[in-house]
Design a protein around this ligand. Structure first.
Ligand SMILES: [Zn+2]
Length: 721
């Protein structure tokens, strides 16, 4: 088999050339710095995309729609490789210092010379050196680093410069495109295994490895990905590169990665990274088959606009519970819901102590998914921190009291449904996102054609964190000195080093889901509140807001649901365009969620005295109560409102903070907050805009781009893999 001396293949947009190898014709397809050879054949492709009217057949050999996933993965692994190399170099320097100190001590003790030899350090390292972006094919050179003579006392600088092993497994490689791109575009990669079950696929991988001249980095392997990963059982899992386990394992299946997780968490190094794709959104992000979702991911999904975010949390839950059995704790670095699939980057830490935190960061969700869309969360265990006899702090995990929500929604009276268990910690490590964003100016947008979208999505993902979301000058954020709060250094403090700090395993995402403004409007049959007006109203009350990467026109906030519904009722009263007769009728239709919400309108409290209101409420509750639980809820709600009388000028004035976000009402228990009907709500657009970070930065990033191309959509499962 001979490769041709052709120049690098043209970009897919240009007319393609044909390459002949061993009498067979191929069309070179370039993506990133790699080229794959697509066989030219008259036979129809093995896979057909779903959907009627989509006649064009997409080749099993190249799926251009996934370029975003591959571009993102290259940058993410590059950032992770920088981190890994820095960690190992730091370890080596520390080892050296320790050895020196030991040597000096020994010299002092008995005058003997120190023995500088340490296992592994004397071996020669073969490393492939790259010349960065835009390199010509064939310009790679193999650098053999001379073995360090055991006697040589190298200084710490040369120890730090020792090549660091960085090994990647592309477990479900198909034609090997990912492995080839990692070899060409990640200079730190020293060994990449490109595995596939199909011998035909591996023949294609071998051809592509040769064509791309990466034989000394990429090793093909035929076999079941699980069997291969399990074969690494018992190997050294430390991240010093002395074992066969991997620094990065990429699982990129068609469909779910569920069945590969148990093997993958055990085949990655301590501190290594798993990159997991799941394309079965119909299972993880929809309630059509909750039994399937549970079987695959160990949790129940929700039927609400934030279903895809719940899907990410179910996938993370599946990874975390696979890992915990082996004393491995997982830390999500980046979790994205992209088009029709999910992609998560997760760090795995060998730490039985950190695994203990998992039950306290795993949550159930009670959703009013057929009514108004409100939700309540509950963590599986609660924690208490005690100081032990040894003076150290210990965390006790206690059983939680169930449930945190009533069977009927307190806002609209509809049934609440159970979802989860699912991951309830942070979805991202902001330090990691910063490291990826830092790489973007260094790479060529012609090579990374989806760069604009990567930047937009990462920026929004970064802003999802309410604690880190930028706030206007002079505004204070919630006091974050509690044990649950994030105490890690802010990203700007860690920018000088590529090392990605570990977030606390006990962190909880207190406000996990976003609120869809159009879904709120739909319940009340009104027009959607413009996002800046809505954010302005929330900030005026002292709450914080940010957005979600998964959906446009969405707000993530620490405001409770009774406040959100009060804002919506005020929107109807103050600003909404006059409703049509039909909208008005629908809104107050008996038994609808909208009618349930409108029952709590503040005008009803103002019309009569508080006592009259209570009487009316109790009578209504008795008349309309469907069962004992419903009756109890309604009476409790009525009594609660009785304790919080209607608006008076003094209360209304007190409810209005002098500066935005000066108070932290989110941290306050419901009983201690003013009743929502007493709040002064202003739809302050300029205040909302002030918090709209992309306007502040004057930075145009493509946050929610439209579908990448015509006939876009999920692909059917490929055969032969
Ligand atoms: Zn509801």
């Amino acid at each position: 088999m001979a490769t041709t001396n052709e120049a690098p293949a043209p970009a897919p947009t240009e007319p393609s050339k044909t390459v002949e190898i061993d009498g067979k014709n191929y069309e070179p397809v370039q993506e990133g710095l790699a080229t794959i050879l697509k066989p030219i054949t008259n036979e129809p492709s093995k896979i057909k995309p779903r959907g009627s009217g989509f006649e064009q057949q997409v080749s099993v050999f190249y799926n251009p729609i996934q370029q975003f996933n591959r571009d993102l993965s290259v940058l993410a692994i590059k950032a992770f490789a920088n981190h890994h190399v820095a960690v190992i170099q730091e370890q080596n320097v520390r080892k050296k210092v320790r050895r020196k100190n030991r040597g000096k001590k020994r010299k002092r003790e008995d005058g003997e010379e120190e023995d500088g030899a340490v296992g592994g350090e004397g071996e020669a390292e073969v490393t492939k050196k790259h010349h960065g972006e835009g390199q010509e094919q064939g310009s790679d050179e193999v650098v053999v680093t001379a073995a360090v003579p055991p006697e040589a006392e190298a200084d710490s600088a040369s120890t730090a410069a020792k090549p660091v092993k960085f090994q990647i497994l592309d477990a479900l490689s198909a034609t090997g495109l990912r492995a080839l791109r990692y070899a060409k575009e990640i200079p730190q990669a020293t060994r990449i295994v490109s595995n596939d079950l199909s011998p035909t696929a591996v023949e294609a991988i071998k051809l592509n490895i040769k064509y791309n001249e990466v034989e000394n980095i990429v090793r093909p392997n035929v076999g079941d990905a699980r069997a291969y990963m399990y074969s690494l059982q018992g190997e050294n899992h430390t991240n010093d590169g002395n074992g066969k386990k991997f620094n990065v394992i990429d699982l990129d299946p068609y469909g779910t990665a569920g069945m590969f997780l148990d093997a993958a968490v055990q085949a990655v190094n301590d501190g290594g990274m798993l990159c997991v794709t799941c394309t079965d959104a119909a299972v993880f992000a929809s309630t059509g088959y909750p039994e399937k979702t549970y079987a695959m991911y160990g949790g129940i999904p929700v039927r609400l606009p934030h279903g895809h975010e719940v899907g990410l949390r179910l996938i993370l839950h599946a990874i975390a519970s696979s890992a915990s059995k082996y004393g491995l704790a997982v830390e999500p670095l980046l979790s994205l819901s992209i088009d029709y699939y999910a992609r998560v980057f997760v760090r795995v830490h060998k730490s039985p102590i950190e695994v203990k935190a998992l039950s306290s960061t795993t949550m159930l969700v009670y959703s009013c998914d057929s009514g108004c869309g409100a939700w309540t969360t509950q963590y599986l265990t609660s924690t208490k921190t005690k100081t032990g006899k040894d003076g150290n702090e210990h965390t006790n995990y206690c059983l939680g009291q169930a449930p945190t929500a009533s069977p009927l929604c307190e806002h609209c009276g509809f049934k609440t449904h159970l979802a989860g268990p699912m991951w309830g910690g942070p979805l991202h490590n902001p330090h990691f996102i910063h490291k990826i964003l830092d790489l973007i100016p260094e790479v060529d947008p012609k090579t990374y054609r989806t760069l604009y979208r990567i930047e937009g999505m990462l920026t929004t993902a970064l802003e999802e964190d309410l604690d880190l979301a930028t706030t206007p000058q002079g505004a204070e954020t919630e006091d974050t000195t509690t044990t649950e709060a994030k105490e890690e250094p802010k990203p700007e403090e860690s920018e000088s080093t590529p090392i990605i700090p570990r977030l606390s395993p006990a962190l909880k995402e207190k406000y996990p889901f976003f609120v869809s403004l159009s879904a709120l409007a739909k319940v009340l049959h009104t027009q959607t509140v413009p996002i800046d007006l809505f954010r302005g109203a929330l900030h005026g009350l002292g709450y914080r807001t940010t957005r979600s990467h998964t959906r446009p026109n969405s707000v993530r906030t620490d405001a409770p649901w009774d406040v959100l519904w009060e804002i919506m009722r005020e929107w109807l009263r103050q600003d909404a365009p006059p409703p049509s007769k039909e909208a008005n009728r629908e809104r107050y239709k008996p038994g609808s969620a909208g009618a349930g919400i409108m029952k709590k309108d503040r005008s009803r409290f103002a019309e009569s005295s508080a006592l009259d209101a209570l009487k009316t409420e109790l009578e209504t509750a008795i008349r309309e109560g469907k069962d004992v639980a419903d009756l109890t809820t309604r009476i409790e709600a009525a009594l609660y409102r009785k304790g919080r009388p209607g608006p008076t000028p003094a209360v209304a004035a007190a409810a209005e903070p002098t500066t935005p976000a000066a108070t932290a009402p989110a941290a306050t228990a419901k009983e201690d907050r003013p009743h929502p009907s007493t709040l002064t709500i202003k739809f302050d657009e300029s205040l909302g805009k002030k918090f709209s970070t992309e306007l502040r930065n004057k930075k145009k990033v493509a946050r929610y781009p439209l579908n990448p191309e015509q006939n876009w959509g999920p692909m059917s499962k490929a055969t032969g893999r």
